[in-house]
Design a protein around this ligand. Structure first.
Ligand code: BGP
Length: 469
């Protein structure tokens, strides 16, 4: 049976400033930690990206033509405040006014994120969000944007607080490249959540119109053998690291006893302490019911097995299937049942995990109000043939995730939109330009755009709301 999405649904496309804009040095922009980190550690840089800084009118025209009625955009903090605070760069401010005007002209609603992985370099160098001074700088930057950009109706404070902590302090694939430091992971999550809460409170106190929320990546965690209590425990602990800790902070304003028991166990095994203050919890509590929406980024699930040994994580950044490894001391190891498909980057494709995650939020955090799926899509080594890409695998991936979304809506979840990652091809933070996700193919040499087969499929979907059989 054909499944149908609601009439008022957002069929969006997602982007992020650093992955799309290019122009990392000009136009008064301040540096970010990624500039040097990519040069030193990877085989690509953020130049030219998709040259969105100049090409946004083309991308928004295409979006309108293909029925895309929402776009996730992020503001590059260091385009506004080159040093993170203090002097404002008027060119950056003007750029975003023009960009938002173009979105409205094209009837593509901008959902604007304040921080998508790109803390200004000076603040990143002195500890990023582990340094409490930077929390104040973020809140000041947020307040500046709320006042300066009244044309924005949907604000997101942070994109993926979870993967930032993991990338920076656990896997070590994001700057500053620290590995296996679980205390830093939790502290970063906590400090960013407190910064989020303070920004949300400032937004509501300021009486601004529009809505505000946060975007969390929520990979669902299953025990490899559900009848084995040790595997169940491994999945529970892994869920605390990636999901439960930040969801508790968002919607409970505190960490439940179960969450803290897991955190304390992980830190007892791996070392380190947390600095959690009364003022932090006051801020979290004050904001827990003020979030207008939750953005869920969902790409994959994981299966966990009990494991007794040392931590070792290997990131598969080149798309060599089977080259990744993930095992954490005192937590568990990732081991998926063999029949479950994976991408070349070892991301496990499991649409049911999206359904389960949405229903978990609905059950455990009933004050969530409204959900947007703010990222979902398939990273693929696209083949450019006949000026297009026949990306049937991507269509199949999106279709299956949208189908379970309709099930979640039928079962009472309030889901109002879906943003495919990504609108046009952009580069991937730790995998480069070869891992493509877009509806529109970008020739990174010429910066020409070409609609993929998925773009035509998405257009029909947006017009009919019907998910093709
Ligand atoms: C999310 C990020 C995006 C994007 C996406 C795909 O974590 O919010 O910015 O990069 O994942 O991930 P990747 O580029 O690693 O394939």
């Amino acid at each position: 049976m054909t499944k149908t999405l609601p009439k008022d649904f957002i069929f969006g496309g997602a982007t992020a400033a650093y992955q799309a804009e290019g122009v990392t040095k000009g136009e008064g922009k301040g540096p970010v930690a990624w500039d040097k980190y990519l040069e030193d550690n990877y085989w690509y840089t953020a130049e030219p990206a998709s040259d969105f800084y100049h090409k946004y009118p083309v991308d928004l025209k295409l979006a309108e033509e293909f029925g895309v009625n929402g776009i996730r955009i992020s503001i590059a903090w260091s385009r506004i405040f080159p040093a993170g605070f203090g002097d404002v760069n008027p060119k950056g401010v003007e750029f975003y006014h023009k960009l938002f005007a173009e979105c409205h002209k094209r009837h593509v609603e901008p959902f604007v994120t304040l921080h998508h992985f790109d803390t200004p370099a000076a603040l990143h160098a002195n500890g990023d969000f582990l340094n409490r001074e930077n929390m104040d700088h973020f809140v000041d930057y947020a307040k500046f944007c709320f006042k300066e950009f009244p044309e924005v109706n949907y604000w997101t404070t942070f994109n993926e607080i979870g993967p930032i902590g993991d990338g920076q302090y656990l896997v070590g694939k994001f700057p500053p490249g620290i590995k296996y430091d679980l205390a830093k992971v939790f502290q970063s999550h906590h400090n960013m959540m407190v910064s989020h809460a303070r920004a949300v409170k400032a937004f509501k106190d300021g009486g601004y119109s529009g809505e505000i929320g946060v975007v969390h990546a929520l990979p669902t965690k299953y025990p490899y053998d559900p009848s084995n209590p040790a595997d169940v425990r491994a999945a529970e602990l892994e869920d605390i690291i990636h999901n439960k800790f930040i969801l508790d902070a968002t919607y409970l304003g505190e960490y439940s006893d179960k969450t803290m028991e897991g955190v304390n166990h992980i830190l007892a095994v791996n070392g380190g302490e947390l600095d959690l203050r009364d003022d932090d919890f006051a801020a979290l509590k004050a904001a827990k019911d003020l979030n207008d929406f939750l953005g869920i980024n969902y790409y994959m699930s994981d299966w966990m097995q009990a494991f007794d040994g040392e931590t070792e994580i290997i990131h598969n950044g080149r798309g060599e299937k089977g080259s990744s490894k993930y095992q954490i001391k005192g937590v568990g190891r990732r081991e998926a049942p063999t029949h479950i498909p994976k991408t070349d980057w070892d991301w496990i494709i499991y649409p049911q995990g999206l359904y389960d995650q949405i229903m978990r939020v609905k059950r455990d955090y009933p004050n969530y109000k409204k959900i947007y799926i703010t990222e979902n899509g398939l990273g693929y080594k696209d083949e450019f043939i006949d000026h297009t890409v026949y990306d049937d695998a991507r269509i199949d991936y999106v279709k299956k995730h949208l189908e379970v979304l309709t099930d979640a809506i039928a079962d009472g979840a309030n889901v109002k939109g879906y943003f495919i990652w990504s609108l046009m091809d952009v580069f991937s933070w730790s995998n480069g330009y070869e891992k493509r996700y877009g509806l529109f193919y970008v020739d990174f040499d010429t910066q020409e755009r070409y609609p993929k087969k998925s773009a035509y499929w998405y257009k029909k979907l947006a017009q009919t709301q019907e998910i093709d059989e």
